[in-house]
Design a protein around this ligand. Structure first.
Ligand SMILES: Nc1ncnc2c1ncn2[C@@H]1O[C@H](COP(=O)(O)OP(=O)(O)O)[C@@H](O)[C@H]1O
Ligand SMILES: [Mg+2]
Length: 244
């Protein structure tokens, strides 16, 4: 399907999720354009993962609307899942499988076979810096390598959209930096990325940020403009001002 490149790739309007009497996501509206790195920032429990799970078509919304790659999240979740890669907070790798077995497993889920599977496997192994470690047990790899493998598995089927939920938690600062280089490379190739983090230093690497607090979007702008409009030296200071 050909789409107008100026159209937003992800768009939400008053998106909300209620669990019982608790509102986890409260009328959140934003749009993300092709190739953008959009950072979703907020403390634990703010509603980041719930928003991502709705945008991945895994969880229906309570009210409001959202489109991902032109598909409504509640009506066409299966079409959304073909267009996205999703790296969940816990990496979702099988620790007792080898690197090659994990890739084959995720390739199978995405319906990759034969030459395409072999090609994509080689590309992902190179990207993840895992060449030569095909037969290592995943659980024995460092946190940084597991994270790169999880990213590789999420992009095996070359999705145009990538959701990364706290991809760098539990990873050392140098590896976090390298991981961000990978993310920037994917964005430069036109992949749209929504990434959540609670590391304020990483937020600086995003093109635009949404600050979320108690389910509500409290800021939506570039890192530079969020700092200037709040008169803050750091994003952390800006967040505190906006949240209180
Ligand atoms: N399935 C669920 N049932 C009830 N409450 C939930 C459910 N999923 C998430 N929540 C609650 O919604 C809030 C937001 O959670 P979450 O989106 O995981 O936050 P974050 O990812 O920003 O840490 C939390 O208070 C969490 O306990
Ligand atoms: Mg979360």
């Amino acid at each position: 399907m050909s789409r107008d490149p100026s159209e937003p790739v992800i768009e939400t309007r008053d998106l909300s999720k209620v669990f019982g009497r608790f509102t986890a996501v409260d009328r959140v509206s934003f749009s993300i354009r092709r190739g953008e790195i959009f950072g979703f920032l907020g403390p634990n429990g703010a509603g980041k993962s719930t928003t991502i799970r709705m945008l991945c078509g895994l969880l229906s919304s309570s009210s409001g609307t959202a489109q991902v790659n032109g598909h409504d999240i509640n009506r066409e979740p299966e079409l959304i899942r073909e267009a996205i890669g999703y790296m969940s907070q816990k990496f979702s790798l099988y620790r007792d499988l080898t690197v090659a077995e994990n890739i084959a497993f995720f390739g199978g889920i995405y319906g990759l076979q034969g030459a395409r599977l072999r090609d994509r496997t080689a590309t992902v192994m190179t990207l993840a810096g895992l060449t030569g470690q095909e037969n290592h047990l995943t659980g024995t790899l460092s946190g940084a390598l597991q994270q790169r493998l999880a990213l590789g598995c999420a992009i095996l089927h070359e999705p145009p959209i990538l959701f990364l939920d706290e991809p760098t938690s539990g990873v050392d600062p140098v590896s976090r930096r390298e991981f961000w280089d990978l993310i920037r490379g994917l964005s430069a190739r036109g992949i749209t990325i929504l990434v959540t983090t609670h590391f304020m230093d990483e937020a600086e690497f995003c093109d635009r940020l949404g600050f979320i607090n108690a389910g509500r979007l409290i800021a939506l702008d570039t890192p530079a403009r969020i700092k200037t409009t709040t008169g803050s030296a750091t994003l952390e200071a800006a967040f505190i001002k906006l949240a209180t």
